[in-house]
Design a protein around this ligand. Structure first.
Ligand SMILES: [Zn+2]
Length: 492
């Protein structure tokens, strides 16, 4: 019994120790997808770093600028363990004439000898799934072969990764021949880099504070969104450029709201936000699948500046877009929008030679991704041209945008006397003489194209950043701003 208790106590101590070592609770893990996702190598420009395995103690390694790459080889482990890289290097002279390299593994620094360069009476090691090498001028200085991913930190606190700079630690996740860098750091240090990546540092301070609180709430709600890491560094999660986009005002906004988060009924909210609403936001269920009590449409009387945008497509581009989405409607002959009471687009209908397709919610924007330019920027738009055929009716639209003529049941006769329904282009006979007016379906804008003219930018649910800016300029505090865009919430 006593033995069992001792074992249990021992396991408890190990548990406490393993959670107490480096890697403070509350650290967030950010996948650096923009520049360091599944790449063959990553350059680190710090002269002095510490290197470790997972959140274990780290060892100093001063080797200059190096390149980190996956390594796969078979070695003998000399098993002469040291506590420093230099110690492992000092053993090298004992193995002259062989190909050998210092290695950090789970037990500390040792020396590996390539199995194809010598025959030793030592254990054979095949490098594991986490193994990466640190190369200078194309030559490996050491490798890290642990049971968990290799992790580095800078002696001066800021790591230079490629052309970017990051606070905290970086871990290297290997997938066969490629690696992904994951930035591990305290939430507020991460937020230093987010606030003014998401919002210009020159904006009113209360808007920056609202952004800091929304971003902090977003992190805590969305941990483990990516599996191996919590969040990515793109707008898929939150834009993050590390130290490069930090600013004095952004850091101050994070510090002055430290620990503040947004709650609804005692639970963290899904603090979604976007750039600009152009006049109104959406209910969450109008964009995504589910209804959320605090993500309700608000008429935004504050936002005054907003992004205006236009996108023009030819009918063949629209046909390609619909085909790429698998709509199966043949050649697109028109596209029309249906609107909510706030004049936002509630659905969009493509009419094609083989049928129609109506899309709803966020697909109204994302349907346009196959064009290679991303989706429509917002659902606050009107369509110019294009929507001129409906059933067997044809509308002729004048240059001022109004209907000038409406024809029903039109068909065309070809040169062989055969009749058929007209397509996207048709010819109207002038009634005065035999002269013809050639009219394409679109008589407003560029002939043969459809133009979307919109306001706002983003999915339209939650906080509008341009709206927050406007409210801050009107003198509202960050809590007022958050409570305007998230219904019935508490900030604590
Ligand atoms: Zn993401």
């Amino acid at each position: 019994m006593r033995k069992i208790l001792t074992i249990i106590f021992g396991l408890f101590i190990i548990f406490v120790m393993s959670t107490a070592v480096y890697g403070a609770e509350g650290d967030v893990r950010i996948g650096l997808e923009k520049n360091c996702k599944n790449v063959s190598q990553i350059t680190v420009g710090n002269k002095e770093i510490r290197v470790g395995i997972g959140d274990n103690n780290k060892y100093r390694a001063n080797i200059g600028t190096y390149v980190i790459k996956p390594v796969g080889n078979t070695y003998y482990n000399t098993e002469e363990y040291n506590t420093t890289y230099e110690g492992a290097k000092a053993v090298l002279s004992k193995y002259t004439g062989t190909s050998c390299i210092p290695v950090l593994d789970d037990k500390g620094w040792t020396l590996y000898v390539r199995a194809d360069s010598a025959k030793l009476d030592k254990p054979v090691v095949k490098t594991g799934a986490n193994c990466v090498g640190f190369a200078v001028d194309g030559k490996y200085k050491f490798i890290v072969n642990g049971s968990r991913p290799c992790r580095i930190m800078a002696e001066d606190g800021i790591l230079n990764i490629g052309n970017d700079r990051y606070r905290g630690d970086i871990e290297f996740y290997r997938q066969g021949s490629v690696i992904t860098a994951v930035n591990v750091l305290p939430v507020d240090k991460y937020l230093y880099g987010v606030v003014t990546s998401e919002m210009p540092s020159s904006w009113s301070f209360e808007a920056l504070k609202a952004q800091a609180v929304a971003a902090r709430t977003y992190v805590e709600r969305n941990r483990s969104r990516h599996g191996e890491y919590d969040l990515c560094d793109t707008v898929h999660c939150q834009a993050y450029y590390g130290v490069m986009k930090e600013s004095e005002s952004g850091i101050k906004a994070v510090d002055q709201t430290s620990g503040k988060e947004i709650y609804f009924n005692g639970e963290l909210v899904d603090a979604v936000y976007f750039s600009s609403d152009g006049g109104a936001t959406f209910n969450s269920e109008d964009v995504w699948s589910s209804s959320t009590p605090y993500l309700k449409a608000v008429k935004d009387t504050h936002e005054k500046e907003y992004r205006e945008w236009t996108r023009t497509f030819t009918y063949s581009e629209l046909t390609n877009i619909c085909a790429a989405n698998g709509y199966g409607i043949g050649n697109v002959v028109s596209v029309s929008a249906q609107y909510t009471d706030e004049d936002l687009v509630s659905s969009l209908t493509f009419k094609g030679s083989k049928g129609n397709k109506t899309v709803y919610k966020d697909e109204i924007r994302s349907a346009f991704h196959p064009s290679g330019e991303g989706g429509l920027l917002s659902r606050n738009f009107r369509i110019i041209g294009g929507a001129v055929t409906e059933g067997d009716k044809v509308y002729v639209i004048g240059t001022e945008g109004q209907d000038t003529k409406t024809y029903t049941g039109i068909s065309a006769t070809n040169g062989e006397g055969k009749q058929g329904k007209i397509g996207s282009k048709f010819v109207i006979m002038n009634n005065r003489d035999s002269e013809t007016i050639v009219a394409s379906v679109t008589t407003v804008g560029t002939p043969g194209t459809v133009t979307f003219e919109g306001k706002g930018y983003g999915h339209g649910v939650g906080m509008s950043q341009y709206g927050a800016k406007a409210m801050a300029e009107e003198g509202y505090g960050y809590e007022d701003i958050l409570k305007f865009y998230y219904k019935d919430v508490e900030i604590k």
